[in-house]
Design a binder for this molecule. Structure first.
Ligand SMILES: Nc1nc2c(ncn2[C@@H]2O[C@H](COP(=O)(O)OP(=O)(O)O)[C@@H](O)[C@H]2O)c(=O)[nH]1
Ligand SMILES: [Mg+2]
Length: 328
């Protein structure tokens, strides 16, 4: 096996080995494929991962009975985010208001029948929202839990104007608990999709803030969930919905954007490397190219609170917006 695979790749591979069901295995393989350094030395491995992905997908399609149709959603963008919530709480309206996708919105419950991916843009990033049918005791599509389990994060949408918020919140928690899923706040530890209980970091969207009754619901939600969770008040009919949601999701995802530059050239600020809070210079070097990780002599950084072009240590943690010049 070629050396110098990134920690991200190794983590995904470990998860893959432990994954029990095909959906989780598929998600791990997709993570491995996106994390594997793309160069000649890994071509065989890349092909092998792709082969395993298509085999698993074939199997899942046969099981769902529809050739060419899979409930799994191909990952795109900086994170895959499941839209979770009871019936009629405004999940689809939220997705429609904050992305360019057209989705089904209805006054009757259970409108959304299959997972609907849509991209939420925030500055130079894109997040993939996956709209889904409701989490509910009465009726729940079997694959909804699978999608939730493999997502990176979730938006937990709650109708702030609902008549009985306490009951609505309890129902979602109970139904998910039966399926070994727990929504946790932004600071909680995500111990991966193969943990006995999938603890999914999530953001609470207090939806329908323009509706009568929401003014009573919001304080209840804040008292119940803050500070463990971020609670974001939102109306699908407000012009601010897109910007507000983008900013909140960016915070939840703990993403930092790092740019690579070559000596005496300007960096391409449209193409960030997607890193996470706590990642170091060496994590970045590995992500850019194995050769940089192997032969790194020194690196310079431009960024907030730093002297322009200052040299940094290998274990230095990077910050959002850092521009790095790697020297080998
Ligand atoms: N007043 C108000 N109504 C909303 C809002 N978002 C959704 N709705 C209404 O709530 C109902 C259910 O919306 P939908 O997005 O289909 O909910 P879903 O079942 O959770 O996907 C529809 O009648 C929407 O028009 C909102 O922000 N404000
Ligand atoms: Mg819907």
């Amino acid at each position: 096996m070629p050396a110098n695979l990134s920690p991200e790749f190794k983590a995904a591979e470990d998860e893959y080995r432990q994954a029990r069901d095909p959906q989780a295995r598929l998600a791990c393989l997709e993570k491995m494929l996106s994390a594997i350094p793309k160069h000649k030395g890994t071509e065989k491995m890349q092909a092998d991962i792709k082969r395993r992905i298509s085999k698993l997908k074939d199997g899942l399609e046969r099981k769902s009975g529809k050739k060419g149709f899979s409930y799994m959603v191909d990952r795109e963008g900086a994170a895959q985010i499941a839209i979770v919530g009871g019936p009629n709480v405004g999940k689809s309206s939220l997705v429609e208001a904050t992305t360019n996708a057209r989705v089904e919105i209805g006054d009757y419950p259970f409108t959304t029948r299959s997972p609907q991916p849509a991209m939420l843009a925030y500055e130079n990033l894109q997040f993939q929202l996956v709209d889904m049918p409701a989490v509910s005791r009465e009726h729940m599509e079997f694959w909804v839990t699978d999608i939730i389990r493999v997502a990176d994060l979730a938006l937990w949408v709650i109708d702030s104007a609902a008549a009985d918020l306490e009951r609505d919140v309890a129902e979602v928690c109970d139904v998910l608990a039966d399926r070994k899923v727990e929504m946790v706040g932004h600071d909680a530890l995500d111990d991966g999709m193969n943990a006995a209980v999938r603890k999914l970091r999530s953001l609470i969207v207090a939806a329908k803030m323009d509706a009568p009754g929401a003014a009573r619901g919001l304080p209840w939600l804040k008292a119940r969930f803050e500070p463990e969770f971020f609670v974001l008040p939102l109306s699908a009919f407000s012009d601010d919905a897109r910007g507000d949601l983008g900013r909140a999701v960016f915070q939840l995802a703990r993403i930092i954007r790092v740019y690579s530059k070559t000596p005496s050239k300007e960096p391409d600020l449209q193409k960030p490397y997607i890193m996470h809070q706590g990642d170091t210079l060496m994590d970045f070097a590995r992500k850019v190219h194995k050769d940089f990780a192997d032969g790194l002599r020194f690196a310079r950084v431009w960024g907030e609170g730093k002297f322009d072009g200052q040299r940094i240590q290998r274990d230095q943690q990077l910050a959002d917006g850092d521009v790095i010049e790697l020297h080998i």
